[in-house]
Design a protein around this ligand. Structure first.
Ligand code: BGC
Ligand code: CA
Length: 215
């Protein structure tokens, strides 16, 4: 009777509540959602497992590579500590004073060249290392007196300059055709066959060329 009077309400039979018919699709939906959640979790877990195993592999490789960590600490090469890093390049401050042409050749022998001082930032870096000593740079007027040239062909006229006041002066009419850093790192022209320390500059070695060979 109740069932007929309230066809959409809960039906009861001997005190037990029967499931209302329209609720059945809800349970189906719940079941499907549960299934989807389980699948989603399984996929997420397998992704996490894949990423963490990749991470473990990278860590292991880094630990095995003797140059891996050193590359960050010594970008100019862990086994060539005399090369100093600055702003993407490597610099060598010589321990011997030699004529300009010999300095140029020494740098070239080390796959580098006499430094090109083309920015205030680089000038400031160099100044902190030169201790008021004379250091040859890649600048000269060997071809035409008074026409200064950078070894790498950089434009001298429009480029950065830092001559000491009164320089270049071809002092006492001596042929001062080679550029050097001098007092406070300011530039001086000097006789090329005089002895001076020198600064070489080179691009950053790549990991493959500077990494020690594995046995
Ligand atoms: C240097 C010259 C420089 C002069 C300046 C000399 O000792 O050799 O290159 O121009 O000092 O006073
Ligand atoms: Ca001079």
């Amino acid at each position: 009777m109740d069932g007929e009077r309230f066809p959409d309400a809960f039906r009861s039979y001997r005190g037990k509540t029967l499931i209302q018919r329209p609720l059945c699709p809800t349970y189906v939906l719940l079941g499907v959602s549960y299934f989807l959640v389980v699948i989603g979790l399984a996929v997420a877990l397998s992704k996490v497992a894949a990423v963490s195993s990749e991470l473990r592999k990278v860590k292991d490789d880094l630990a095995k590579d003797p140059f891996g960590n050193d590359f960050h600490l010594f970008p100019c090469g862990a086994n060539t500590r005399q090369w100093e890093y600055f702003s993407g390049k490597c610099y060598y401050f010589s321990l011997q004073a030699v004529p300009w042409h010999q300095a140029k050749a020494d740098c070239e022998r080390q796959q580098s060249q006499l430094v090109i001082v083309d920015s205030l930032a680089k000038q400031n870096f160099l100044e902190t290392r030169t201790r008021n000593e004379r250091f040859w740079i890649g600048l000269h007027d060997l071809h035409t007196e008074g026409v200064w040239k950078w070894l790498d062909g950089s434009n001298y006229i429009t480029g950065f300059k830092n001559w000491k006041t009164g320089e270049p002066n071809t002092y006492l009419n001596r042929d001062e055709d080679c550029g050097q850093l001098w007092i406070n790192g300011e530039w001086n022209d000097f006789t090329c066959n005089s002895n001076s320390y020198y600064v070489c500059e080179k691009t950053l070695p790549t990991k493959s060329t500077s990494a020690p060979k594995r046995a």
